[in-house]
Design a protein around this ligand. Structure first.
Ligand code: ZN
Length: 93
């Protein structure tokens, strides 16, 4: 009886570890695929790119935070991060 319980426990632990590993692998892959261009990150996705993403949030916290288009009346066209409030000059490339 005890042995069976231990076996089930191990099985559950194994499953949890597998899930964790799959999550980490997916995360690693995602990070490797990011392209740094014109001061921001892009994520190639088939025939187009997602993003841009905030380089500050990514480099400091490993988070992919999408930047929002913003036009400042003095600074002109910018991307702004709503997570850390960083702004970046917007380019069309
Ligand atoms: Zn940010």
């Amino acid at each position: 009886m005890e042995l069976r319980e231990a076996a089930i426990e191990l099985q559950e632990e194994n499953l949890a570890l597998r899930e964790e590993l799959a999550k980490l692998r997916a995360e690693m892959k995602r990070k490797q695929e990011l392209v740094f261009r014109n001061g921001v990150y892009y994520l190639p996705n088939g025939d187009h790119e997602d993003g841009p993403f905030c380089p500050k949030c990514h480099d400091a916290d490993g988070k992919q935070i999408r930047l929002h288009e913003f036009t400042h009346y003095l600074a002109g066209e910018q991307w702004i991060c709503k997570n850390c409030n960083s702004d970046y000059v917007r380019t069309n490339v």
